[in-house]
Design a protein around this ligand. Sequence first.
Ligand code: UT7
Length: 322
Amino acid sequence: MNQARLSAIGMAVPEKKVVNSFYETLIDTTDEWIQSRTGIKTRYHTEQDEFTSHLCVKAVQDMVERYRVNLDDVDMIIVSTVTPDQPMPSMACQVQHRLNMPRAGAFDAYAACAGFSYGVVLAKGLIAAGTHQKVLVIGADTLSKVTDFSDRTSCVLFGDGAGAVLIEAADTGNIGDCVTAANGENGPDLYISGFAETIDGQPLKMNRTIVQNGKKVFKWAVIKVAEQMRVLAEKNGLTLDQIDWFVPHSANLRIIEAICNETGFPMEKVLESIVDYGNTSSASIPIALNNGILSGKVKRGDKVMLLGFGGGLAYAGTIIVW
Ligand code: UT7
């Protein structure tokens, strides 16, 4: 029984809904520009006293309520985030404490928008190794906490959220072969400042904000994700037309459309979370998958390709059979 099975999912976003007109009062922008260049209509932002750990806990609670999951024997918690409440203790330890999982190991993984996919790959590996049987993987970020609200090229993009899945040892697994890779040389194209003064010898802004070269990341994402979709399908002995649903990281609707254009994959078979939630970093894939399942689009037995990409620049993906 060392096959890995993704068996349950949940999500959470803060209550505060932020519409595009909010930014028209802050910077030189319009609802029309935001929707046409990014696809985003709304996103949710945490209050000042609401943090990533709160969203992690709510996402797990949502999963527990809907799937009647027993947390007592969870033996590992992996939280993917680049916006922990604080660097230490980890978000995973906070979740372990607040949801009372005495048997669980706990640590945070750090791969930005690719982090949730890395977490799934890690969980599968732990189960395949036989060292763990029940792993909670959470992707959660509160990018609104590190947003520079005077930078119109980035501030309109980001939302806060969390998604949680349970990955269990089973006789029949449902997580396929994976890809994990990075282009660290492009790190300066997307970073959160405020920890060091330079990256690769290049000076950084000193306040703690997210900074990106949007155009470069856009182009990299389209080329890399289109290429990796084919690699991932081939590794799993499938062709792209055998994939029922594609769940890329939701960074920009135009990135997703360009990837579909490049690969010939139909947009109708994409699950995205960008339009209603903005770019929620580590949470974007589990939120899109969760809503695809809740809406009845994703049916039992469907093959779903997950592909995360972002800061690092790192990427990771796998194919699950729901
Ligand atoms: O999670 C992964 C990390 N991030 C990404 O993947 C981001 C990837 N990149 C993107 O999503 C897009 O590049 C952006 C949404 C960031 C920008 O869209 P774009 O189509 O690449 O716009 P652009 O940078 O080419 O800018 C076009 C114009 C510029 O004006 P000029 O120079 O042509 O006069 C910008 O100054 O749009 C202007 N602009 C805006 N105008 C109104 C940039 N941001 C805004 C804004 N409102 N918010």
